[in-house]
Design a protein around this ligand. Structure first.
Ligand code: 5AD
Ligand code: FES
Length: 349
């Protein structure tokens, strides 16, 4: 295992078989060995600086029906909401005061937000906050739509590929959604000039070690600027309610692997990681993550944006989460910084 970790460190890639061997065979000492390297790589590039992104969950309506997701259209128990333009802008205002320089507009795939409405919202934020990055996380669109949002002032786009394997993809999603289109979107976004975030859930139903190895190889091929991974967590009102949640150790190990694969990637310690373990996000940072994404949505809608059960931070004001996270980071000798935290090309020496 150590040999494979050393090889990954120097070559930034392994073969599929080698990834499978490593993922199936590592123990907790191997993990510590990996983390000492992945953390050193992150520290060398980012120091002890952790970037924060303000997440604005602006709609929980969704036309899709992904089997894992709590806001899927067939979940009739979901209490639906939309934020209007003014509410979104007041989230940005509050966020800016708290030091956020990246706003992430995330939502279900909600056709109520037509391209005209989206472009109006994006350009208004762009004009009001010229020094901030605008990140969209609004699902699958056409090349032309992505281009319009980009021209309106959006800079980044988060779209997890979910799983690179077409067959596994079809077990997580109803007909009509495909791994192929998902990947097409990611390549389109990159071509347009967005900083792009891909990623997947760890421990999603039917996921095999080979699937994870393929996810890693897909990520290496795409070379995204950001990589979001977190544990699958069941939601009680979905078809996957009875599946077990993803394992903390595997999530952390994968963060370490991804840091060695793409040293300068922006990798969040996700809310889902913080949900399955009280110190999940800190452990994520110590495994090589360098981003946190506190919630800027109004508290009244927080509980409603429920992709999975027991999500943390649904009762706290944004300011409380920033304080809480700053303290958590300080305890492990890191600090939250006021910075857009853009992707920077590697300065190889
Ligand atoms: N558990 C964990 N993550 C989930 N997501 C959706 N549903 C769940 C769940 N039940 C993730 C997906 C999606 C992102 C916004 O949230 O990977 O891309
Ligand atoms: Fe939200 Fe700790 S980060 S309460």
């Amino acid at each position: 295992m150590r040999k494979l970790i050393d090889k990954l460190h120097s070559e930034r890639i392994l073969s599929k078989d080698e990834f499978v061997t490593l993922l199936d065979g590592f123990d907790s000492e191997d993990a510590q060995y990996l983390f000492s390297k992945s953390r050193a790589v992150a520290d060398k590039i980012f120091g002890n600086r952790i970037y924060m992104r303000g997440l604005i969950e602006f709609t929980n309506y969704c036309k899709n029906d992904c089997y894992y997701c709590g806001i899927r259209k067939s979940n009739l128990c979901a209490d639906r909401y939309r934020l209007g333009k003014d509410e979104i802008l007041s989230c940005c205002a509050k966020g800016y005061e708290l030091g956020f320089r990246t706003f992430v507009l995330q939502g279900g795939e909600d056709p109520w937000y037509t391209d005209d409405k989206l472009i109006d919202i994006i350009s208004t934020i762009r004009n009001a906050y010229p020094d901030c990055a605008i990140t969209l996380s609004i699902g699958e669109k056409t090349y032309e739509q992505y281009l319009e949002y980009y021209k309106a002032g959006a800079n980044r786009f988060l779209l997890r590929h979910e799983t690179a394997d077409a067959e596994h993809y079809s077990r997580l999603h109803p007909q009509g959604l495909s791994a192929e289109n998902r990947k097409r979107c990611l390549y389109d976004l990159k071509k347009i000039g967005y900083q792009v975030g891909a990623g997947f859930m760890v421990g999603s139903p039917y996921q095999t070690t080979e699937n994870i190895a393929d996810d890693l190889l897909f990520i290496k091929e795409l070379m995204p600027h950001m990589i979001g991974i977190g544990p699958f967590i069941p939601h009680k009102d979905t078809p996957f309610a009875e599946f077990p949640e993803g394992k903390l150790e595997l999530c952390l190990f994968l963060i370490g692997i991804l840091r060695l694969m793409i040293p300068n990637a922006l990798i969040p310690a996700t809310t889902a990681l913080g949900t399955i373990h009280a110190n999940g996000r800190e452990l994520g940072i110590l495994a090589g993550a360098n981003v946190v994404m506190p919630n800027l949505s109004p508290v009244r809608v927080r509980k409603k944006y429920s992709l999975y059960d027991n999500k943390i931070c649904t009762g706290e004001e944004a300011a409380e989460c920033v304080n809480c996270l700053q303290n958590r980071m300080k305890k492990i000798n890191y600090e939250l910084v006021i910075d857009r935290g853009d992707f920077k090309p590697l300065q190889e020496n």
